[in-house]
Ligand binder design. Structure first.
Ligand code: NAG
Length: 341
């Protein structure tokens, strides 16, 4: 039995080499999967076509390391034989007949990273890369700078600024997770441990250098009284409804505040617009006043003239409060559910 598996491994390795030199692979887009610590997660990998679901397919899952020499075997399956390796023993299972997806149970921090699924049958080979990430926070991290402009908050003012947006200063773990999730921001902000950092996913010259790896760039611990930066705030799910208030005319700031009050609500805070956008997929291409005097709009479906490249909450600015140029976003506290757009 052992020797059979051993031989299988060797022939798989050989097949893998031959295959990468000769056949052109169906290049499937890398899939990103979010799991939760301690829970089960399915890593997807499907046969390329119906015809390729023949008996005797070899399925190989490995965990890919930065240094390919340190790749870990996860699971190997050939016909009736399936074997899981190392710390994946008794933890990974093929989920379905005719499919190469695996169920990974009891997800740990060490499981985070890149996996590669290879289906080999000598006719049509498939390679699927899957990146497993962990989501342990259910809220959203957002960068904040007040109307005074960039780099104006000492630590206490940063705490107050987040509080005023119905949020709190983010932790390192929260910012790290937001970075893994794609947050890229080139202004440094306070975190709740008194350090000042910023998340870069697309390295470039003005943001800590284009030769550096993506990551959190840290200025380290800063003087909480004297140093002034922006702040990263964290807010969890919305406890109420965030909505665009239909109005016949454009409003100045005071009219916007009053319009929400007249609708039995309050003018929305920056934390509300981020939570609605990130956690509820709120999308509206209309610029509206918010409580801090800023004007923003939330785009979760990028399109022409509305944040065309990325989903984002777009900042128009902190306009003159007498300017009658915008609409308003309101927030009504209470059980959420009635999601008006
Ligand atoms: C994870 O999967 C295993 C095996 O299928 C099952 O016994 C267990 O109940 C699952 N755990 C959770 C949290 O769903």
């Amino acid at each position: 039995m052992m020797s059979l598996l051993h031989m299988t491994l060797i022939s798989l390795t050989l097949a893998g080499i031959a295959y990468s030199q000769v056949t052109s692979l169906p290049l499937l887009p890398t899939v990103e999967i979010f799991g939760e610590l301690g829970n089960n997660v399915t890593l997807p990998c499907h046969y390329f076509s119906k015809e390729s679901q023949v008996f005797g397919n070899r399925i190989k899952w490995i965990k890919v390391a930065d240094d390919e020499a340190l790749n870990e075997d996860v699971l190997l399956s050939m016909g009736l034989h399936t074997k899981a390796y190392g710390r994946f023993e008794n933890r990974v299972f093929l989920t379905m007949e005719g499919d190469a997806s695996i169920l990974l149970t009891d997800v740990t921090k060490e499981d985070v990273g890149q996996y590669r699924c290879e289906i080999m049958n000598g006719m049509e080979d498939t390679v699927q890369e899957v990146i497993l990430k962990i989501r342990s926070f259910t809220g959203v991290v957002f960068p904040y700078s007040p109307h005074l402009g960039r780099y104006n908050l000492n630590f206490d003012a940063a705490v107050q600024a987040c509080f005023d947006q119905d949020a709190e200063v983010a932790s390192f773990e929260q910012l790290f997770e937001a970075w893994q999730d794609g947050l890229d921001w080139c202004n440094a902000g306070w975190l709740n441990d008194g350090t000042v950092q910023y998340p870069i996913t697309k390295p470039r010259q003005p943001c800590g250098g284009s030769n550096n790896q993506p990551g959190l760039r840290s200025y380290g611990r800063r003087d909480k009284q004297m140093s002034r930066y922006d702040v990263f705030c964290y807010t969890s799910e919305l406890m109420g409804d965030f909505y665009w208030l239909e109005q016949p005319n454009r409003l100045n700031f005071d009219e916007a505040v009053q319009a929400c009050i007249d609708d039995d609500a309050e003018i929305a805070k920056v934390g509300h617009i981020y939570a609605a956008w990130k956690l509820n997929g709120y999308d509206r291409c209309d610029a509206g006043w918010l409580a801090d005097g800023s004007v923003r709009y939330p785009i979760s479906r990028p399109r022409k003239n509305c944040s065309p490249t990325d989903p984002a909450v777009r900042l128009v600015g902190f306009p003159d409060k007498y300017q009658k140029s915008y609409g308003v976003y309101c927030f009504k506290a209470g059980p959420s559910g009635d999601k008006r757009q």
